[in-house]
Design a binder for this molecule. Structure first.
Ligand code: NAD
Ligand code: DAU
Length: 350
């Protein structure tokens, strides 16, 4: 039977990899990609699949309840894979309200519309994509498990924690079928150059300083974006209703070590003298409330669903750097806003 799946945030970094994977690997599904096309959403990420018969795009804002209700009256969605969100911690520190609106109100609008439509819930699923940041910050020991208490530190992570709670409340109270996954830091092609890895690549490419917050001692657990998309595919099809799955790469790096490795790869790929890029590393003022360490225990998804990361960090970083060097036009398009203006003109909101 053909299913109709709504993917929100499909023009963004992770969402575009998820949309591509579902359009290609599940030709029996009709994929509807809903995205507001903020600065982070860019349909240039999906030109290779935009004409596939099982794909369509709708421009719109999940925080607009009337629009969401109208969309759900036009389509009967069997599943929702919800990625749309404001996603950058630094932006949440300088402007938290957009995060509350998109991440909390937006999620509740989708839950309400889905609740009205779900009927007897047969074959339906609301899948919420979340972050390991909801668990707060670790010291030098330990890992986040699915049982770790929530302790979000930034406006971004608090808004994601709020949305996770809403999803669980709609399951508990109204009985809608939900599943949640909480993932560690993703990297790979198509990530907006404000996040550490693409920002550093872009700055090294242009011989600009590479800002490292504080002493560069904070630790993140990195996962190649296609491995996350594979985990999402698996959880959507085989995850148990009401469950949470942590997703992570078992791949912890101190920021400074990561940036130094990136500098080496950039020197090699740009044919620069070894040590050239590392000279650009510049220590800057720390992020307010900067979480020290994130690290995921991924044993539940590994043992219950058989998922494991398939791309090593060296291979993933090498591929990522190559992609950015081969796609300088993409970098210029997202940074100048030219793509955004172009695609906004192509689509009207209703
Ligand atoms: P991103 O910023 O690259 O993309 C977000 C997308 O959502 C964009 O296309 C944007 O246009 C869209 N969007 C934002 N507000 C919207 C709104 N109000 N209505 C409709 N669309 C809207 O983000 P990402 O890094 O791809 O993250 C995707 C999801 O995964 C987010 O929910 C994020 O919290 C989660 N996540 C990200 C990471 C990571 O490392 N990037 C890790 C774990 C979880
Ligand atoms: O853990 C998952 C989260 O990872 C996701 O939920 C978020 O959406 C995603 O943005 C990411 O959050 P981080 O804050 O960890 O990612 P960011 O790339 O912004 O920063 C990674 C680390 O690098 C962090 O310790 C801050 C530091 N940093 C970041 C930037 C942008 C720097 O030292 N310099 C920088 O210029």
């Amino acid at each position: 039977m053909q299913k109709t799946i709504l993917i929100t945030g499909g023009a963004g970094f992770i969402g575009s990899h998820v949309v591509r994977r579902f359009v290609r690997n599940h030709p029996g599904y009709r994929i509807v990609n809903l995205d507001k096309l903020t600065y982070a959403g860019n349909l240039e990420n999906l030109t290779d699949i935009e004409n596939e018969p099982n794909y369509s795009f709708v421009k719109g804002d999940i925080a607009d309840q009337e629009f969401i209700n109208e969309l759900f009256s036009r389509h009967s969605f069997d599943g929702v894979i919800h990625l749309a969100a404001e996603s950058h911690v630094d932006r949440s520190i300088s402007g938290p309200m957009e995060f509350i609106t998109a991440n909390i109100i937006g999620t509740v609008n989708l839950l309400n519309a889905f609740k009205e439509q779900a009927g007897n819930n047969e074959g339906k699923l609301f899948y919420h994509i979340s972050t390991d940041e909801v668990y707060g910050s670790l010291g030098s020991e330990g890992l986040f498990t699915e049982e770790t208490s929530y302790d979000p530190g930034s406006p971004y992570s608090a808004s994601k924690a709020g949305s996770d709670h809403m999803v669980r409340a709609w399951h508990h109270t109204y009985g809608i079928p939900v599943v949640i996954s909480n993932c560690s830091n993703n990297y790979g092609p198509n990530q907006f150059p404000e996040k550490l890895i693409p920002l550093a690549i872009n700055n090294i490419l242009n011989s600009k300083p590479v800002p490292v917050y504080g002493k560069g001692e904070n630790v993140r657990d990195w996962l190649y974006v296609e491995d996350h998309a594979a985990a999402i595919d698996l959880v959507f099809h085989r995850g148990l209703t009401g469950e949470t799955y942590n997703v992570g790469g078992n791949n912890e790096w101190r920021n400074l070590d990561l940036v130094k490795l990136l500098c080496k790869i950039m020197d090699r790929q740009l044919d620069r003298k070894p040590g050239t890029s590392a000279k650009l590393i510049t220590f800057v003022k720390d992020r307010a409330g900067h979480d020290m360490r994130y690290a995921i225990d991924n044993s539940k998804i590994t043992s219950a669903l058989g998922w494991k990361p398939s791309v090593s960090f060296e291979e993933g970083l090498d591929r990522t750097v190559r992609w950015y060097l081969e796609n300088e036009k993409w970098l210029e398009g997202v940074l100048s806003g030219d793509y955004r203006d172009y695609y906004h003109k192509q689509y009207t909101e209703r």
